[in-house]
Design a protein around this ligand. Structure first.
Ligand code: CO
Length: 203
């Protein structure tokens, strides 16, 4: 059986490189984590949260799933969000999608992909609600626009969870950021101003 020795060797040289700069780095980090950011992003291997934001271990709490979906019946994302907001007291929640997202593209396709179609049901519904705008675009642009709409929609979902409503109610400062990453240039774009308090219930 392959033992993945190359990865273990990479790990040792990475740890040694960090120790060369700061011999106490891991010792200090092992006793506490105090990240200011929660990242909710896509599982896509090309969008690694720490690397693309230049953050070290300990600086960003991370949740990733296919197409950066936040749905209020998903205990996984809720558990991550509650720990990040209530215990770690992160100041910023970043929803970061990416152009060319395979999950978002699958949500636009009219054929079965398997179980994942259930996971993507909310994005399919978002596509239907924006059908007029999406139908006017070529297929690549339609996927990219739906990637943007998906980020904005998931940020809205985060803001409407009891976790954020309660945090804002007790005066905790936490803002939600809508970002999108472009695979072919490595750059992040902001899609909307941060959400810094309770949204109204008119939509
Ligand atoms: Co993706």
């Amino acid at each position: 059986m392959e033992q993945l020795n190359h990865l273990l060797e990479n790990n040792r040289s990475w740890a040694n490189g960090i120790l060369a700069n700061d011999p106490e780095f891991f010792k200090k980090l092992s006793t506490q984590q105090n990240p200011e950011y929660l990242w909710i992003g896509c599982s896509d291997s090309r969008v690694p949260a720490n690397q693309i934001t230049g953050l070290a271990p300990g600086e960003i709490f991370v949740h990733r799933n296919v197409a950066n979906v936040v749905v209020e019946t998903d205990f996984n994302v809720l558990a991550v969000m509650q720990y990040a907001v209530d215990v770690l007291k992160v100041k910023h929640i970043i929803i970061c999608g990416h152009y060319g997202c395979g999950g978002v593209q699958a949500a636009l396709e009219n054929f079965r992909h398997g179980m994942i179609d259930n996971w993507l049901a909310g994005i399919r519904s978002l596509a239907r609600r924006n059908q007029a705008e999406l139908a006017a675009l070529d297929s690549v642009s339609a996927v990219d626009r739906l990637c943007e709409l998906n980020v904005l929609s998931q940020a809205d979902h985060v803001a409407r969870t009891t976790i954020l409503e309660d945090a804002w109610e007790r005066g905790q400062q936490v803002s939600i950021h809508s970002w999108i990453y472009r695979l072919n240039n490595g750059l992040i774009t902001t899609l909307a101003p941060p959400i810094t308090g309770s949204l109204d219930n008119s939509h």
